[in-house]
Ligand binder design. Structure first.
Ligand SMILES: CC(=O)CC(=O)SCCNC(=O)CCNC(=O)[C@H](O)C(C)(C)COP(=O)(O)OP(=O)(O)OC[C@H]1O[C@@H](n2cnc3c(N)ncnc32)[C@H](O)[C@@H]1OP(=O)(O)O
Ligand SMILES: NC(=O)C1=CN([C@@H]2O[C@H](COP(=O)(O)OP(=O)(O)OC[C@H]3O[C@@H](n4cnc5c(N)ncnc54)[C@H](OP(=O)(O)O)[C@@H]3O)[C@@H](O)[C@H]2O)C=CC1
Length: 291
């Protein structure tokens, strides 16, 4: 199937990155959110990140203009319907995602493929609430999307081969690498990464180390590009907690118990970089640890 027009739902950090790479690869993109502010912020982030790539010589200025010209924005979910491929990248909450797909169904073309960028939620369960479980799958990008090479492709129980092949071809056109994962809680990357981040929060909670010593230890002692707490702030603490809850509920094993300190930060609204406060405070010139 030839994919030309792509709908992206949710214009947060992932939605803007997905729109960016799709437009740069030549796809027409319609980006939707419930907030005009989020759409405006997404377009300016895309502009800034494309310009950064141009200033490093990775793309030229005509590509920046062409990519921006391929992106339109809308507050109306129905405008996403007339596309070949939909990638849902709204908040990591199953009820939010289910409601989006239910509202979208009456506006879809018969051939439209539905996908979710979910970090953890069952693809099979999301698909079962739609009219096309065979044309539904997980399309999981990594953050920051323009930089990270991997895309996890997750088949639901009913996903057909034509759908998988069409999504695989899109990943290839982006110049990224696809990893195929089975549909179990949090798939591959987050099944491994998120318990490590949760353990780092326990290490902080139990007083084994400070924010600074934990992050420095993993950067200098294990060669991670970011410390686990810095990475948690980068991903979003709400998203990290949501993923741990999916692992805990879905696998029914206490080893996935979310750390109470992670819950406390989320309850405070300290969600990391996106709210300017998490394990670090980003309101000044340089990030300052909050513990
Ligand atoms: C939660 C989930 O469901 C799944 C996930 O995504 S888990 C999270 C996965 N992501 C990670 O683990 C990220 C770990 N961190 C890193 O890899 C690095 O710190 C990083 C790539 C984010 C930044 O790297 P850095 O060296 O510290 O910073 P910086 O030099 O500014 O950036 C590296 C390059 O990326 C580019 N870059 C960074 N962010 C960018 C963006 N949003 N758009 C375009 N380019 C970007 C920079 O321009 C730079 O390019 P050059 O190599 O040409 O100089
Ligand atoms: N952060 C990460 O590192 C990664 C996240 N993901 C996944 O990508 C998805 C998005 O995450 P991320 O971009 O970080 O989250 P953000 O919080 O940055 O963005 C989510 C966006 O979705 C919007 N939204 C909420 N409800 C709706 C709706 N009904 N219709 C349209 N838009 C809606 C939010 O609006 P508002 O702010 O107004 O609520 C917000 O703009 C999640 O499923 C997450 O698990 C996947 C890989 C990595």
């Amino acid at each position: 199937m030839d994919i030309q027009k792509i709908g992206v739902i949710g214009a947060g950090q992932m939605g803007n990155g997905i729109a960016h790479v799709m437009a740069l690869a030549g796809y027409d993109v319609v980006l939707n959110d419930i907030s005009q502010q989020a759409l405006d912020a997404a377009v300016s982030a895309i502009q800034k990140n494309l310009t950064r790539q141009a200033s490093k010589g990775k793309i030229d200025q005509t590509e920046v203009e062409a990519a921006l010209g391929r992106i339109s924005t809308t507050l109306t979910l129905a405008d996403i319907g007339k596309t070949d491929l939909v990638i849902e990248a709204a908040t990591e909450r199953e009820t939010v995602k289910q409601a989006i797909f239910e509202d979208l169904l009456p506006h879809l073309l018969p051939h439209t493929i539905l996908t979710s960028n979910t970090s953890s939620i069952s693809i099979t369960r999301l698909a079962s609430r739609t009219d096309r479980p065979e044309r539904f799958m997980g399309f999981h990008f990594m953050n920051p999307v323009p930089v990270m090479q991997l895309v996890e492709l997750i088949r639901g129980i009913a996903t057909d081969e034509a759908t998988f092949s069409a999504c695989h071809a899109v990943v290839e056109k982006l110049g990224k690498t696809a990893a195929s994962a089975e549909d179990f809680p949090a798939f591959i990357v987050n099944r491994i990464l998120m318990p490590m981040i949760n353990e780092a929060v326990y290490t902080l909670y139990e007083g084994v180390g400070s924010v600074k010593s934990i992050d420095e230890s993993m950067k200098l002692g294990a060669n991670h590009p970011m410390g686990p707490l810095e990475l948690a702030d980068f991903i979003g603490l709400d998203t990290c907690l949501a993923i741990m809850n999916v692992l805990h509920d879905g696998l029914a094993d206490t080893k996935y118990r979310p750390c109470p300190l992670l819950t406390k930060y989320v309850e405070a609204g300290w969600l990391g970089r996106k709210t300017q406060r998490g394990f670090y405070d980003y309101r000044g010139e340089t990030p300052v640890p909050t513990r």
